[in-house]
Design a binder for this molecule. Structure first.
Ligand code: APR
Length: 261
């Protein structure tokens, strides 16, 4: 009769990943971290889909978060983003965001932080050089290529106070600086993220379902390039199969445990 091996004691995987973090630091090897909506769950940020409640309950994200929708119904889409901005305005970074920022301050240049989140919480926690692949909810940009009159109107503070605000001279609209369905990701941020994925020794994949590309592909890139990949997620995700270790827990509990000295 054969005996099945004893299961690892709880915390064994956590200890292993902590050792990998320390090893990367000691050997001066790069670490990459890819975060998604679960990273901000413990800050109370409603996910994209959770935000479609109340007045917005009968919409699908694809009906609001596209250029076509914005051009057809600019005020409605603007108002939805205004409600998301209001929901995010009052939230604070959690212990997971802070653990990442503290690690980056202690080990400058060691960790590249890549996020799909638009809530700005990594930046608010003090993380430098965040690669915000899906843009930033707090920022606006022009819908169409700005003409001279657009830049002049912003500089003079004379945007119309409509929703969305517009250039008073040519009518060009301001739009949220987030990546909508069907749009390209910011080129430089994506290139930097791909480089980080290709060259890291260790990638932590935190709080993402791994369903949205190209962001999710970064975990495959890291794995194929020989990095150790660790998933931090209380639920199964589509990136579990590429992970060397899956840690079933939350960002705010596990990141401080993994990244503290
Ligand atoms: N800690 C870690 N992970 C968590 C936590 C937590 N406290 N709570 C939930 N999760 C996990 C969920 O189990 C899920 O796997 O976070 C993941 C969130 O998945 P999604 O909501 O699909 O978010 P994300 O992967 O960031 O989505 C990618 O899709 O909606 C678009 O553009 C939007 O950037 C977003 C992209």
């Amino acid at each position: 009769m054969t005996h099945s091996p004893l299961p690892d004691p709880p915390g064994a995987d956590l200890g292993t990943v902590r050792d990998w973090v320390r090893e990367a630091v000691q050997l001066s090897r790069p670490i990459a971290v890819l975060t998604g909506a679960g990273m901000s769950a413990e800050s109370g940020v409603p996910t994209f889909r959770d935000a479609l409640t109340g007045l917005w309950a009968h919409f699908r994200p694809e009906e609001l978060a596209t250029e076509t929708a914005f051009r057809a119904r600019p005020q409605q889409v603007w108002d939805w983003y205004a409600s998301r901005r209001a929901a995010v305005a009052g939230v604070e970074p959690n212990a997971g965001h802070r653990a990442l920022a503290t690690f980056q301050a202690r080990e400058p240049g060691r960790l590249t932080l890549i996020t799909q989140n638009v809530d700005g919480l990594h930046q608010a926690a003090g993380s430098p050089g965040v690669l915000a692949l899906h843009g930033n909810l707090a920022e606006d940009r022009w819908l169409d290529s700005p003409r001279a009159c657009c830049d002049a109107s912003v500089a003079a503070g004379t945007l119309t106070d409509a929703c969305p605000p517009a250039c008073p001279a040519c009518g060009n609209l301001r739009r949220p600086a987030v990546v909508w369905f069907g749009e390209f990701l910011p080129e430089q941020a994506l290139r930097d993220a791909e480089t980080a994925a290709r060259t890291c020794a260790l990638m932590l994949v935190v709080g993402t379902s791994g369903a949205v590309y190209p962001a999710a592909g970064l975990a495959f890139t890291a794995h194929q390039a020989g990095a150790r990949v660790v998933v931090v997620n209380p639920e199964p995700s589509e990136l579990d199969p590429v992970a060397d270790v899956v840690l079933r827990g939350t960002a705010a509990t596990l990141l401080p445990a993994l990244l503290s000295p």
